[in-house]
Design a protein. Sequence first.
Length: 312
Amino acid sequence: MSATTGAGQRTGDRRGDLPAVGMVLGAAASVQVGAGVASSLFASVGPAGAAALRLVVAGLVMLIAVRPRVRSWTRRQWLLSAGFGVSLAAMNTSFYEALSRIPLGVAVTCEFLGPLVLSAVLTHRRRDLLWVGLALAGVAGLGFGGDGAGGSLDPLGVLLALTAGAFWACYVLLSARVGAATPGQSGLAVASAIAALLVTPVGVVTAGADLLHPHVLALGLVVALASSVVPYSLELVALRRLPERTFGVLLSLEPAIAAVVGFLLLSQALPWTSVVAVAVVVAASAGSTASAGRERRRADRDLATRAAGGGG
């Protein structure tokens, strides 16, 4: 995220880290609670309708808050933001479709493969391939646990969750490019509006007038706030106090948090084999993040050493 700037410029008082750690964990929990609330809308408006509600509300909030000035935008800025919006729309829709078929903890665990594989591809470190292999083993292990209710996992649900992970990887790639090409959060605001425009027609066809029911609109607002506005705000503050590596490791706990939220909010109990599989993916994600942090620090030290030697 662009908010990582300055994350390493904090003071050394580690007691000050505790509130920031709580913010990151709170943000992760908020995202999963938002997903849980969204799943309660599936019976009324379907997954596409729930995705449309989330994206429309989030898009409106972003446009009002940011007020992007797009009149002077170049073709490249529009294309990048449009691609960003497409990835955002596809990621949310495919994840909600997966969530209507498989438990929340399983869906998030499968989705996590996207950014993890992307990290391994971008860093070209052999060690990261081991982490990816471990994560793949964890996801494969989910199949042995079934859906927690005595049945097997829906293959289409798993495929949709993996698809959401692929678009999450696209989202990560485009996020950096859009952030560099557009001022402030204007690119994200425009992308959110584009995503809403793309998904809304599908949601309208699926749910029709049910989307305008006051109860549905109220839940849609809760989903948008819990899944987008609240976690982004918490993460933005936390990143000013925590090192990027610590922040990334904490975010790696999301599959486990999703499993807990699924159990508490949706009564989705996972068998012990699935719990172990989720733990394996969390360990792989945390290990990859920690390894990347060590590599960056080593590279920074080497660069500083060379600079000092050259200046002598």
